[in-house]
Design a protein around this ligand. Structure first.
Ligand code: FEO
Ligand code: CA
Ligand code: CA
Ligand code: CA
Length: 598
């Protein structure tokens, strides 16, 4: 009760111990509540969710499946309301549908409608830090569902290129839908960015693959054989019929939640890869700098610097200018060089290698459009550093340093050689929280990388870096916690999404905990005597991944997306591995908010 605003950033809490509970467990003194579940009404006309009577038409008006990124955008003139913006990354039929109720085609249509994004008006609850949906939904005109049928406009230098043209869209500028939206970020101009990540899985071929794109498809994991069979429901997912359709996914998309009639956009200037997300910071000159990760074993960190400058006038014209910022600028990829292990720390220097700007390619042998559509192949030619699955890359708004979650790579030491930025080739893991530590090959627990841009700040071509965290169990010799006493930290494994509170503490969510416990959310000071003091604040239910996180509202609220509760091999709708949030006899992915229990 002695705590006030800033609760999450300032309060000393007793960490949540590793556990396998089927619950959202928060540190003592805090509580949490569910804000939106899979199937909850978003748009007028949405029926009450009924797992046995799902339709695609209903799903287009209901909260989608597998919530991931969470943003909270203020509503002008209404300080007690905000727009919750959420990604719906992917679907799993075995957890969504009871057996023998739906045809395969019905399932695919419902799954297509359950992808994308939701915009939901929320309001403050009675307890400071709590938030709930504004109901009924016809009182929330801004609410929106974006799904595989929603038109997007392609913008930036590759818009309209032949590589993006299809039978349905000879202009190469109009795409239906967004897929596998993972993480994201709020921009300084009030929009939300969202990364199209593992888009390759939706495409398959009924016959031959287009031989013009053999190397390109292979580099992006696009294969003739797949498991979703979406091509049977919508021919554009058939690579034989539409070889260019996959080129229209793998982008950063921008949504303006304040205008539900706006056409969301796909930004070609930010390159095409398995975008985890994008986080924008304004350099002191006013340029927009976006940091991005390509989530694949051995893939790269990227940065974009806008040509134009932020227009801070707050007028309609300023908004129009700001919406152009991500369409012109320079795209870079990162190379990290170690300074040797003799100093006892994993650290070194780095450079941002330019790939293209809005006028030309800097990669010999590739056109501007090719660099942007086949960014992975362009980057390969300039020899950046192969990282251990770059997830969120996020600037600390207090210190200006940049943090990247490098989630894991079981192939480090075999598929990719170790280097100082990716040094672990053998890790200690557990099968359960109480099981003994056992060795496993590769980097199983991940890192948090800290990047300090050189003097010119976010525009700098050079930087220094170090591994703030070598994650895992503190009892394992390979782990490192920013120099903090390992006796006093929580075990942490597989960092994924990052956020900062108002004092610059880092908040980390995890996906795939290799230490046998549920995933969770952890607070880590990055400066001062507590630098590296990892404390687990929250754990998510069995089989779930912790997404978001978002610390907001003067550090009173922590939003977390509980993605895929019960996703444990062998589980089905009838035999679930979780029933969280315990409103049904099957699990429902949901967004929660945690706050001080007053
Ligand atoms: Fe969708 Fe990179 O996690
Ligand atoms: Ca994720
Ligand atoms: Ca060193
Ligand atoms: Ca992940």
């Amino acid at each position: 009760a002695a705590l006030a605003g800033g609760d999450l950033g300032l309060a000393d809490f007793r960490p949540v111990p590793p556990n396998r509970r089927d619950a959202v467990a928060v540190a003592a003194g805090f509580t949490s509540s569910v804000v939106m579940r899979w199937g909850d009404k978003v748009l007028p006309g949405a029926p009450e969710f009924d797992a046995y009577r799902q339709t695609a038409e209903a799903a287009m008006k209901q909260f989608g499946f597998n919530c991931d990124y969470v943003g909270l955008v203020p509503v002008e003139g209404r300080p007690n309301q905000a727009l919750l913006v959420v990604n719906h990354e992917y679907t799993t039929a075995a957890y969504m549908f009871p057996a023998d109720v739906y045809t395969d085609d019905e399932k695919r249509r419902i799954e297509m409608a359950s992808h994308g994004m939701s915009v939901v008006l929320v309001r403050r609850g009675a307890t400071p830090g709590s938030w709930k949906q504004v109901t009924p939904v016809n009182a929330a005109a801004q609410n929106r569902r974006i799904h595989t049928g929603t038109p997007f406009r392609v913008v930036g230098p590759a818009a309209g290129d032949d590589l993006l043209k299809t039978t349905a869209d000879p202009s190469g500028t109009r795409v239906l839908g967004t897929l596998n939206n993972c993480a994201g970020g709020m921009t300084p101009w009030g929009t939300v960015l969202s990364g199209e990540e593992n888009f390759n899985q939706y495409f398959e071929a009924s016959g031959a693959l287009d031989s013009r794109y053999t190397a390109q498809y292979a580099r992006y994991g696009i294969r003739a054989a797949g498991s979703r069979n979406w091509k049977a429901t919508d021919a554009r997912f058939d690579l034989t019929a539409e070889p260019h359709e996959p080129h229209r996914f793998g982008w950063v998309v921008e949504v303006d939640p304040s205008d539900p009639t706006s056409t969301p956009r796909k930004h070609t200037m930010l390159g095409r890869f398995k975008h985890e997300g994008a986080n924008v910071v304004l350099d002191k000159s006013g340029r927009a700098v976006a940091y991005m990760g390509d989530d694949e074993k051995g893939d790269y960190l990227y940065k974009f610097v806008s040509s134009g400058k932020f227009d801070g006038r707050g007028t309609r014209a300023a908004r129009t200018n700001n919406l152009k910022l991500l369409t012109a600028g320079t795209l870079f990829v990162a190379k990290l060089t170690g300074d040797g292990d003799e100093d006892g720390v994993y650290d070194g220097t780095g450079e941002w290698i330019p790939l293209a700007n809005e006028r030309r390619s800097f990669v010999p042998g590739m056109s501007l459009a090719e660099v942007l559509v086949f960014t992975r192949l362009a980057a390969d030619l300039v020899q950046p550093t192969k990282m251990d699955r770059p997830e969120d890359v996020e600037p600390n708004p207090v210190t200006g340093k940049v943090y990247a979650a490098l989630t894991n790579n079981d192939g480090r030491g075999t598929a990719q050689a170790a280097d100082e930025a990716n040094p672990v080739t053998s890790s200690m893991v557990r099968s359960a929280p109480s099981a003994p530590l056992t060795p496993a090959t590769g980097n199983r627990n991940g890192y948090v990388l800290e990047i300090a841009p050189d003097r010119s700040g976010h525009l700098a071509r050079t930087f220094t870096w170090n591994l703030l965290l070598v994650c895992g169990d503190p009892a394992a010799s390979e782990t490192y916690f920013g120099g903090f006493d390992k006796e006093q930290v929580s075990p942490i494994s597989c960092p994924d999404n990052l956020s900062f509170d108002s004092t610059g503490n880092l908040w980390v969510s995890t996906d795939g905990n290799a230490l046998g416990g549920n995933d969770g959310i952890f607070r880590v000071p990055t400066e001062g005597p507590d630098r590296g003091k990892v404390q687990q604040f929250l754990s998510v239910p069995r089989g779930a991944e912790a997404c978001g996180p978002l610390v907001i509202d003067e550090d009173r609220s922590l939003f977390v997306a509980v993605q895929h509760p019960g996703e444990i091999t062998g589980a089905t709708f009838e035999a679930p591995a979780s029933t969280w949030p315990h409103t049904d006899d099957f699990p429902r992915p949901a967004v929660c908010v945690a706050y001080l229990d007053r």
